[in-house]
Design a binder for this molecule. Structure first.
Ligand code: ARG
Length: 567
């Protein structure tokens, strides 16, 4: 990739001058006047010398670059205050890159940089007997995009859906089913009715605190393997998984593993014992906690005074298991921001256990998703079921199609792709940590930064190529027009953006990139004649259009959004 080429050139020069090679960046400047790529290396190197200013260092670095070897790639290299080195790509290079897109097709933007490394991605993490809410939707789609991005870069990736299928809440649920259940067989309940029973438990427990004790007893029975408790629990898991599978299928998401919290049950006493043996756990009024050096974080509770284990105990066991089975170089958790403190504790505790460094664990924390009219939460009474949201999205997309393209065939399939694309893109396009406000008109806006806008740009490009059957061929002719160059430059940014999005766990960078690319493409097509152009120049312009459609397809594919040939 061009970024690596630039990095190598600069590192080579720095070495030749006698510097130690530092960590430095090569970025795409926001302002086009500052070149196509720019590096801060001179500003970093200034720490290694007292004699020169960054400007002087930059001059020296550039003077050492063997220009002969790279004159095909760069039109010029410029130094600007306070010491940035700016690289401007040549037309030849841009043409070559368009050729590469057409040659590499689906794999354009991919690499094998992650080869030999395993990334474990923990995402979705839905809870049994609770709705598949909008919060878990964000975890699911952002997690899946992070998964796809790493796979594209050659990593060995493992997706694990750590479903919440264990814990004291099941004691509550079993109690509720046994005492207020109205169906003969547990298997006849729906997730909605299980949620209702769960909510009822909380209402009743406010009046009668004894219920909490009853629930604890039921969970204890469950843990001890009581046949009735196990049977009810198993049915609840089955009911929920069936519903979740339907939603995953609808979303087009497939997660490699679904081990879930219950899977680790047998390992829990061992983990607590290990913590005590290693001297990292302490006793606190009968409970077991893991305190942190200098109390930088509140201690992590791993066993309650009544002997019950917790979410944290199961997560520790999960880490131990994952390290042994997969030897991941990183474990990435895509979970809501409300668990930020918890994950800090968990990662630090793992380090205390001797399970690698806490930097080997990443919490990609997503913010809340709210409705424009208020909060979207699963708290009592305001539960929003994801299925309803997706159905609504599809219905709205159908209406748009009816208005814009009444003759379209396959309306149902198209509406589904647009609707799901809109919901997914909306959940992905903001920075993961930020809250997002879900607004239907924005999510489905064909003019703005939305999933459908990108799908539309793709369909538009494909239609041009279907109408104009001449060869899309970069050929010998050079770019003649500023718009062509701008579009080509945008296209070649893709591999750079893919890498950045993966390394920073920010699929939103792919969204903003695709939006810019689509805008660039639309302005290109509005101002540059294609169908009316001739010969080589027509071939070159068609090649640009074909490359654009390929990159939109690759990018949307990474986001888990399907493209449409017509819409
Ligand atoms: N089930 C959890 C929740 O809904 C998320 C699980 C996240 N993964 C984990 N290893 N803790 O909050």
């Amino acid at each position: 990739m061009i970024k690596d080429e630039i990095k190598n050139l600069l590192a080579e020069s720095a070495g030749e001058i006698g510097f130690d090679i530092p960590e430095f960046s090569v970025e795409i400047p926001k302002n086009r006047e500052c070149g196509d790529y720019a590096s801060n290396i001179a500003m970093v190197l200034v720490c290694q010398t007292t004699k020169n200013t960054p400007m002087e260092i930059a001059e020296e670095l550039v003077s050492k670059i063997k220009y002969g070897s790279i004159s095909d790639t760069f039109k010029k290299i410029e130094i600007v205050s306070p010491g940035f080195i700016n690289f401007f790509l040549s037309k030849d290079y841009l043409k070559e890159e368009i050729r590469n897109v057409l040659k590499e097709k689906e794999s354009y933007g991919s690499s094998d940089k992650g080869k030999g490394k395993t990334m474990l991605i923990d995402y979705s993490g839905v809870n049994i007997a609770k709705p598949f809410g909008i919060g878990h939707l964000r975890s699911t789609i952002i997690g899946q995009a992070i998964y796809n991005l790493h796979k594209f870069l050659g990593y060995n990736v493992i997706g694990d859906n750590h479903i919440g299928d264990w814990g004291t809440q099941f004691g509550k649920l079993i109690y509720a089913i046994k005492n207020w259940g109205y169906k003969k067989k547990v298997s006849e309940y729906s997730v909605k009715s299980l949620v209702e029973l769960y909510v009822k438990f909380h209402e009743e427990a406010e009046e009668d605190p004894d219920l909490e004790r009853e629930a604890r007893n039921w969970f204890k029975k469950l843990e001890e393997g009581d046949a009735e408790a196990r049977k009810i629990w198993k049915e609840c898991v089955k009911i929920s998984l069936k519903e979740f599978d339907r939603i995953y299928k609808f979303l087009g998401v497939k997660i490699d593993l679904t081990l879930g919290e219950s899977f680790y049950e047998k390992m829990l006493p061992g983990v607590i014992e290990e913590a005590i043996k290693k001297g990292i756990a302490a006793n606190s009024e009968g409970a077991v906690i893991i305190p942190f050096p200098d109390d930088v974080l509140p201690p992590l509770l791993i066993q309650k005074s009544d002997g019950a284990t917790l979410y944290s105990t199961r997560d520790l066991a999960t880490i131990k298991y994952r390290i042994k089975r997969f030897k991941p170089s990183k474990i990435i958790y895509e979970v809501g921001a409300e668990q930020s403190l918890y994950f800090k504790q968990l990662f630090w505790a793992s380090e205390l256990f001797g399970w690698g460094k806490r930097e080997d664990y990443v919490h990609v924390a997503h913010g809340l998703m709210r409705l424009k009219t208020g909060k979207m939460s699963t708290r009592r009474g305001e539960i929003i079921f994801l299925e309803d949201v997706l159905a609504e999205a599809t219905k709205k997309a159908e209406k748009i199609i009816e208005e814009k393209n009444p003759n379209l065939k396959d309306v149902e399939k198209t509406a589904k792709a647009i609707g799901i694309g809109a919901v997914k893109y909306n959940g992905l396009s903001g920075h993961p940590t930020g809250d997002i406000v879900f607004d239907w008109s924005k999510a489905l806006n064909l003019q703005g930064n939305s999933g459908p806008y990108l799908q539309y740009a793709y369909a538009r490009a494909r239609n041009i190529l279907k109408k104009d059957r001449r060869r899309a061929d970069v050929g010998k002719k050079n770019f003649e027009n500023e718009m062509e160059i701008r579009l080509a430059k945008k296209i070649q940014e893709f591999p750079f953006v893919v890498e950045k999005a993966a390394y920073s766990y920010s699929p939103n960078l792919i969204c903003s990139y695709l939006f810019e690319l689509s805008k660039e493409f639309n302005s290109f097509y509005e101002s540059v004649p294609v169908l009316k152009s001739e010969g080589d120049i027509a071939g070159l312009r068609l090649a640009l259009i074909k490359a654009t459609s390929q990159v939109i397809k690759n990018g949307l594919g990474l986001l888990g959004i399907s493209v449409l040939e017509n819409m």
